[in-house]
Design a protein around this ligand. Structure first.
Ligand code: GLY
Length: 350
């Protein structure tokens, strides 16, 4: 997978160099209302001549209609195969913009400039693009890496604490997949007192872990499935929250999903209980608990059966023998899942 990741807090100058180096016919930049207002003005020099395409903010707008509006805007600004699309925003913008770029005229170049921690650590890196469809997250999409990803912490100062936590959940996932050392370092962090230099160092380590996995298995035939840890249950909790009119941030659902899947790891593979309790305590303290009761289990399980990772209606999860030792393609039976959801609710005090 050819994707060049650049860490820079001089984003305007870095993006200018990337644009000049690419010899593009013209440049368009995809933003949402928030990044248009707060971030685009910080890139006045590099994007001075770019055509601005705006879509509404929020995962509920990660839709076919928004995708069509981006195609239409690219068409009307005279974009060609040699045009560049800069995706300036969180995961919703980089996922949808990546799909727009991958499909417009069978594919034009794009550069991702993630503006959230969640986007920087996960969505903008690794080439997955997508939109939600028929109530399912990222149901339509491609593997199409952005040519460059420019990662900076300078945009994070305007993020809400909740947005930092949302990205931190993906960092926890990378860490627990990697080693006890990295996992413990993240759990020991006081998230109310994180300085941006320290965060950048941890972020680089986290992105590097993802890159290592993606480079070995870009299209998720095997190893990359490890990155789905926490997501079979997490996506179901997220979709369920959306359906019941109380949407939750993706990273919160992932944090709760990590707890459930670590409980399953303990039950099925003997994952150490001390590490499970340490994770659950951190999640309880920082993310609280999902609003689910046992009456919601049937719907959650139905959502898990529809997950892209599941085949023939079976529920499939990545689990862990211990920190740093994931196993992919574990089929989970409904009884075990219900028990794990019960235990998660006990651990998080629902
Ligand atoms: N978000 C998981 C992956 O990129 O594979």
């Amino acid at each position: 997978m050819s994707q060049h990741i650049i860490y820079s807090n001089q984003v305007d100058a870095t993006l200018s160099a990337v644009i000049e180096g690419g010899n593009y016919h013209n440049v368009a930049v995809l933003v949402d209302q928030n990044t248009r207002q707060h971030v685009l003005p910080m890139l006045a020099s590099s994007l001075e001549k770019a055509m601005v395409i705006e879509i509404p903010a929020g995962d509920e707008h990660k839709t076919l209609n928004s995708l069509i509006s981006v195609w239409e805007a690219l068409e009307s600004c005279g974009a060609t195969r040699q045009s560049l699309l800069v995706n300036l925003g969180g995961g919703m913008v980089t996922d949808l913009g990546g799909l727009a770029a991958a499909t417009f005229k069978r594919g034009i170049a794009c550069v991702n400039v993630p503006t959230t921690l969640l986007g920087a650590v996960d969505a903008a890196v690794g080439g997955k693009t997508g939109i939600n469809f028929m109530g399912l997250k990222n149901e339509i999409g491609t593997f199409a890496p952005a040519r460059h990803v420019i990662i900076s912490t300078c945009f994070f100062s305007t993020l809400r604490h909740e947005d930092i936590l949302s990205g931190y959940a993906e960092m926890l996932k990378h860490a627990i997949l990697n080693s006890c050392h990295e996992f413990t370092a993240l759990l020991d962090q006081d998230l109310n007192a994180t300085d941006s230099d320290h965060l950048l160092e941890r972020l680089k380590a986290s992105v590097k872990l993802k890159e290592d996995i993606v480079n070995k298995d870009p299209t998720e035939q095997g190893l990359r499935k490890a990155l789905n840890l926490g997501h079979t249950v997490g996506h179901a909790l997220e979709s369920h929250a959306l359906e019941t009119g109380s949407p939750v941030a993706h990273g919160y659902a992932v944090a709760w999903g990590l707890v459930v899947e670590t409980v399953l790891s303990h039950m099925i593979l003997g994952f150490p209980s001390d590490d499970l309790y340490a994770l659950a305590s951190f999640v309880k303290q920082n993310y609280g608990a999902p609003s689910v009761t046992c009456e919601h289990y049937d719907r959650l399980i139905a959502l898990m059966r529809h997950d892209k990772k599941s085949a023939a209606g079976e529920i499939n999860c990545t689990l862990l023998r211990q920190c740093g030792e994931p196993t992919i393609n574990n089929k989970i039976d409904v009884d075990s899942l219900q028990s794990a959801l019960d235990i998660m609710r006990d651990l998080l005090g629902v």
